[in-house]
Design a protein around this ligand. Structure first.
Ligand code: URA
Ligand code: SF4
Length: 220
């Protein structure tokens, strides 16, 4: 099956999914969108109100800032694939709960496996912790390059964080410039923190509260 078909099938399944409680309060599920041949994938936390109403990722205030960041990096939304760790809006935009992240993880893993991006940018702590492990702090590792299962990860602050904390806005613009520079050149081995083979299982058990003991998502 080609990538387009697989991505469409995932979106179809997501739109009807009732695997977790978020299905009870959503208007529309938000599978994600963009190029199925994308070199870069952005993974946010979860849909907000505008996303829930439209079924599209990052179309609200945080999305506007993401668009500006992409523009500065010379990237268009059509060049990338944009999705979230949970595909349905958490009520009041609360952080997704561990069991919701786990329930939704297969969709994200299937999207990554079929698109095979060269780079993934987790946006914010919840996405970072889901994709690379709960011990990592976004403020510490933002803009660093990690490698896992052959994919390079460059975590960035979540654009919504800059809406709440204005000082982060400048940091995000600096970081997206760094990302642009990274994606345009060969990255040296000494710049990469290798997470393959995956971290020991035990290191996933202490949590920031989002991923609880024994409940780590099935990481690949
Ligand atoms: N915030 C997210 O994390 N994802 C969206 O799609 C929109 C806002
Ligand atoms: Fe299904 Fe994910 Fe929506 Fe939960 S958040 S209902 S697992 S698509």
């Amino acid at each position: 099956m080609n990538t387009q078909r697989i991505i469409a099938e995932i979106a179809d399944e997501v739109s009807q999914c009732t695997k977790c409680r978020l299905s009870e309060t959503r208007t529309l599920a938000v599978p994600g969108e963009g190029s199925v041949t994308a070199r870069i994938m952005f993974v946010g936390e979860g849909p907000g109100q505008r996303e829930d109403e439209s079924g599209r990722p990052f179309v609200g205030q945080a999305g506007k800032l993401l668009n500006q960041l992409l523009e500065q990096a010379g990237i268009t939304r059509e060049d990338v694939f944009i999705t979230n760790i949970v595909k349905c809006r958490p009520p009041q935009n609360r952080v997704p709960l561990a069991d919701e992240v786990i329930a939704c993880n297969d969709y994200l893993m299937a999207q990554i496996a079929s698109i095979e991006p060269k780079f993934i940018c987790p946006l914010g702590g919840a996405s970072l912790n889901t994709l690379l492990g709960p011990e990592l702090k976004i403020s510490k590792v933002r803009c660093q390059v990690f490698r896992k299962s052959g994919i390079l990860y460059v975590p960035l602050y979540h654009p919504a964080a800059a809406l709440h904390r204005g000082a982060l806005r400048e940091t995000l613009f600096e970081d997206i410039s760094k990302l642009k520079e990274l994606i345009e050149r060969d990255i040296r081995e000494d710049e990469i923190t290798d997470l393959s083979p995956p971290l020991e299982k035990s290191t996933f058990t202490v949590s920031s509260g989002k991923i609880q003991k024994g409940e780590e998502p099935r990481l690949f």
